[in-house]
Design a protein around this ligand. Structure first.
Ligand SMILES: [Fe+2]
Length: 494
């Protein structure tokens, strides 16, 4: 068939051929074009070369099933029962009234739980309350645990950390020129986080003064253990689809769906697709409405309901045997303050009709016994402004920093708005197997003390916001976590 006839034929069926797809079909027999058209009718709008190849050049028939006129092997994960357990999530448990005393309770809860984690270390088993320091002798060695109320450089170039606990305050001095290692540690301190300080007591004008010798974080235990999974299943980690944005990379997402169906990719990639039992999205399913100034100019869908409709249309093409876990981000239609409950049924009803588990942000979810902590990652916007030497590009290092703080949003009063629930949902009081974040649109992973810190990147191209800030996203990089081997790998779709 010639090009013009092909374009017309597909247009009549309300489909649009990409130039590469057209090239593939040109010169072929009409019945082949018919085959492609019938296989995709009502399912696809943009016809990509991958779709055409998937239909005209299917994988060799193995012990499999007939579907859509060609044979594909039955996915291994289809033989395995999904095992999803939501361990902790604010959805349906948000009782905060947002009063001042609620904030006091929240910070007290945060302090006590993080102090409890520090006290598991033998050297911090019995820290001194700050209120007791005033009655002690100058020169005594002390260990305290406090929340960082202030961090600043003094005119002499030393670092001053003011600590608070429920009993009092203290000024911690980290002298320049004494220990380079200690000064580096002190520079890493995030305002409002809970730290331990060891040092010598000096009397101060207004409050006790500690000359620091060491600083400690709640941190993860050094001996990490690996989860045991008997079945050879994988979880695909995604985030930041931003459906509704003109920069949503539909073609790349189409390729992702084809890979998941086992239609594209090399043998190793097809094996991972075949073993995929879970797809997890850590927020920003849609671009939303009114999230940033002049956003409307960058949207192709200006209606939040239609944005979620479109997400549902894409996700319903994920094979039925795969369980989809959806958690919100700052672009989703749910309260922006953290912890966020799940995207509500009123706005995204069709997502609830799919094979989904809707959870909040953050959420602790066990998949086949592997403990995932999902957090979209808004707090990275605050961390980049205070951490030395860390850029947005080093996404996994920032995630490790959260693990060390044992808190998902240690800084208060920045970009992350907080709902003062009775219990601080953002404390990382257990050790996850995987911390899965998004938000930065840059893919990366790192293992720290037995925990995988994975940022799953995006399906959105460069936005004006990112261009202004010199951020280059890495779209179309899909992280697949092999739950049995406890090992992530990345599949590049672009
Ligand atoms: Fe995002």
């Amino acid at each position: 068939m010639d090009g013009e006839a092909l374009v017309r034929k597909f247009q009549e069926a309300q489909m649009c051929l990409t130039p590469e797809a057209l090239q593939l079909l040109e010169g072929r027999e009409e019945r082949e074009a018919e085959r492609v058209l019938e296989a995709l009718r009502g399912r696809e709008f943009i016809v990509t070369p991958e779709l055409v190849r998937g239909i005209l050049e299917p994988s060799p028939p193995e012990a499999g099933e007939a579907e859509g006129g060609f044979f594909r092997p039955k996915p291994l994960a289809a033989e395995v029962e999904a095992r999803v357990e939501v361990l902790r999530d604010v959805t349906g448990k948000s009782y905060s009234r947002g009063e001042v005393r609620d904030f006091l309770k929240l910070f007290l809860d945060r302090y006590e739980r993080l102090k409890g984690l520090l006290m598991k270390r033998s050297d911090y088993a019995d820290p001194l309350p700050l209120g007791e320091l005033a009655g002690m002798e100058e020169g005594e060695e002390v260990r305290v645990v406090g929340m960082v109320a202030e961090k600043r450089e003094t005119p002499g170039g030393h670092l001053l950390l003011r600590l608070e606990d429920p009993t009092g305050t203290a000024a911690v001095w980290v002298y320049k020129g004494k220990s380079e290692e200690l000064l580096e540690k002190a520079e890493e301190v995030i305002p409002d986080e809970v730290i331990g300080v060891e040092g010598t007591l000096r009397s101060g004008d207004k409050e006790p003064r500690i000359v620091a010798r060491d600083i400690a974080w709640p941190d993860l235990p050094t001996s990490g253990s690996s989860p045991k999974v008997e079945e050879p299943v994988c979880a695909v980690l995604l985030s930041d689809l931003h459906v509704g944005s003109k920069m949503f990379l539909r073609e790349v997402f189409e390729r992702f769906l084809l890979w998941l169906e086992g239609r594209v990719g090399d043998a190793r990639q097809r094996d991972l697709a075949s073993r995929t039992k879970y797809v997890v999205v850590a927020g920003d399913l849609v671009d939303g409405i009114g999230v940033y100034p002049q956003q409307e100019e960058e949207l192709y869908l200006h209606d939040i309901f239609r944005q979620y409709e479109e997400v549902a249309s894409l996700l319903e093409r994920i094979p039925d045997h795969i369980k989809i876990v959806l958690s919100p981000g700052n672009h989703d239609a749910v309260r922006p303050s953290e912890p966020q409950p799940a995207i509500p049924r009123e706005v995204a009803g069709r997502l609830y009709d799919l094979n989904t588990v809707m959870v909040g942000n953050p959420a602790w979810v066990s998949l086949h016994g592997v403990k995932f902590l999902l957090y979209h990652g808004r707090s990275f916007d605050d961390l980049v402004s205070v951490l030395p030497g860390n850029s947005r590009k080093d996404v996994s290092s920032m995630m490790v920093r959260l693990l060390r703080a044992r808190h998902l949003a240690p800084m208060y009063g920045g970009k992350v708005a907080v709902v003062p629930e009775e219990r601080d949902f953002l404390v990382i009081d257990e050790v996850p197997d995987v911390l899965h974040c998004g938000h930065l649109h840059i893919s990366g992973y790192k293992r720290y003390r037995g925990v995988w810190a994975i940022n799953s990147g995006t399906f959105q191209g460069m936005t004006s916001y990112m261009r202004e800030r010199g951020i280059t996203p890495t779209p179309g990089m899909v992280t697949v976590m092999d739950l049995q081997k406890n090992k992530p790998s990345v599949i590049r779709l672009v």
